[in-house]
Design a protein. Structure first.
Length: 142
C-alpha cells in the first residue's frame, strides 16, 4: 500500500466493529498502522490521505475482529501530542503464545511477562514504540 497516494475517496464506509472503539493519537499514525500490521496482524481498512507533513487525521484498522482508530496530532489546530498514559489496550486472544511472540518479534517491549494471574488466565503487558501500553489475556489451556 502506498499511503502517500491512496485515498479512500468514493469508497464505501468501512463498518466499525466492537462495542467500544479506541481512537488513539500517536506521532506517526501511518507508521503505527504499518507497525500494528506486523505486531498484531492488523489490516488497514480506510484512511484519510496524508497531508504535506505526512500526517493523517484518521486511520481505521481491524485488529483481532475489532476496530481501532488512529490519528496524528495536529498542534496547529489545537490537538497537540499527548503522551499515552493511564490506559492499556487489551487483546483477548486464544493462542496467546503466537500473539505474544509476533508482537515481541515486531518490536514491542515486554513490561510484564506472561503469567497465570489470580483470575486464572494467562496475562502479560507490552509497550509499543509509540508509547501505547498493550495487554494480552487468554484462558489457560487444560
Amino acid at each position: 500500500m502506498n499511503a502517500t497516494t491512496q485515498t479512500n475517496e468514493n469508497q464505501a464506509q468501512t463498518p466499525v466493529c466492537g462495542g467500544l472503539v479506541a481512537y488513539l493519537q500517536v506521532d506517526g499514525a501511518m507508521k503505527a498502522a504499518e507497525f500494528y500490521k506486523d505486531a498484531f496482524g492488523a489490516t488497514i481498512e480506510s484512511f484519510h490521505p496524508l497531508d504535506e507533513q505526512g500526517r493523517t487525521m484518521h486511520i481505521h484498522l481491524y485488529i483481532n475482529g475489532s476496530s481501532l482508530m488512529l490519528g496524528d496530532p495536529y498542534p496547529d489546530y489545537g490537538y497537540p501530542l499527548e503522551k499515552p498514559q493511564a490506559f492499556t489496550m487489551l487483546l483477548p486472544v486464544d493462542d496467546i503464545d503466537f500473539w505474544w511472540k509476533r508482537a515481541v518479534d515486531a518490536g514491542l517491549t515486554v513490561t510484564m511477562d506472561l503469567q497465570v494471574m489470580f483470575w486464572g488466565d494467562r496475562y502479560g503487558q507490552l509497550r509499543d514504540p509509540f508509547g501505547v501500553s498493550w495487554a494480552m489475556n487468554a484462558p489457560v489451556k487444560g
